[in-house]
Design a protein around this ligand. Structure first.
Ligand SMILES: NC(=O)c1ccc[n+]([C@@H]2O[C@H](COP(=O)([O-])OP(=O)(O)OC[C@H]3O[C@@H](n4cnc5c(N)ncnc54)[C@H](OP(=O)(O)O)[C@@H]3O)[C@@H](O)[C@H]2O)c1
Length: 205
């Protein structure tokens, strides 16, 4: 199981650092075309695989920064709210946060660059950033220092791409790769400090 402890590049205590932990199809999608993630449940979970580093990830961060679309997806699940740490939902519009979540979920409308200042001023130094669009914004802002991608053995053929529209080259350093008995392969990369922004290679979406 890969370590999820902060990497050497995250040592500065006044700097927001973000970590990514996402499941992707072999062809690079995080959701099917209508935003569904039911295909993640098609993989038979092997108890021996444990939680694949998820608890360690959650313990290593102060909060989750979640894109509005991912928040709506999680709200749509027929299960209780699954997060026990603060969640910041980013959106340029209004976000429906029910009373029972108001103590732990809040909405901010800030760019990734603005969050890099605002969150540390509130004592939030390390975040788990979730949602494809949101992850790309954090990557472009140079805030991501670690990325763990769990590859699911399926080709979706179409869907919501994790990296399409990133618009720039970002070098990664391989850290570790773990094959699981269920057929999942989890790979962790370090994203070089200050890797972004760089010269755009295309127009970001
Ligand atoms: N496979 C996985 O591990 C995994 C994990 C998470 C999510 N998902 C799936 O991925 C899909 C969602 O991903 P996505 O890429 O479509 O969207 P997303 O990143 O979840 O949400 C994008 C939205 O977040 C808001 N946003 C992001 N950054 C912002 C910022 N800095 N300031 C203001 N607003 C910001 C914008 O909302 P507004 O349009 O309201 O301004 C934007 O449209 C869902 O279908 C979900 O199920 C899969």
């Amino acid at each position: 199981m890969p370590s999820t402890s902060p990497s050497p590049t995250s040592g500065k205590n006044d700097t927001l650092r973000a970590t990514v932990y996402l499941a992707v199809s072999v062809d690079g999608y995080i959701a099917d075309a209508d935003g569904g993630v039911g295909w993640l449940d098609d993989v038979e979970h092997d108890e021996a695989d444990g939680d694949m580093g998820y608890s360690a990830l959650i313990e290593s961060v102060d909060a989750i920064v979640m894109g509005r679309k991912s928040y709506e997806t999680v709200r749509g699940f027929d299960v209780p709210w699954p997060y026990e740490i603060p969640v910041i939902v980013v959106s340029t519009s209004t976000v429906d946060i029910p009373d029972e979540l108001a103590a732990s979920v809040r909405h901010l409308n800030h760019s990734a660059e603005e969050l890099a200042t605002v969150l540390p001023s509130q004592g939030i130094m390390r975040v788990y950033v979730d949602g494809g669009d949101t992850v790309r914004r954090f990557l472009r802002a140079g805030l991501v220092d670690r990325m763990t991608l769990t590859q699911i053995p399926v080709l979706l053929g179409t869907g919501i791409s994790l990296f399409e529209g990133l618009g720039q080259k970002i070098p990664l350093t391989f850290e570790s790769s773990t094959p699981y008995s269920s057929g999942l392969v989890q790979t962790t990369y370090t994203v070089s400090a200050g890797a972004a922004p760089s010269t755009p290679t295309g127009r970001p979406k």
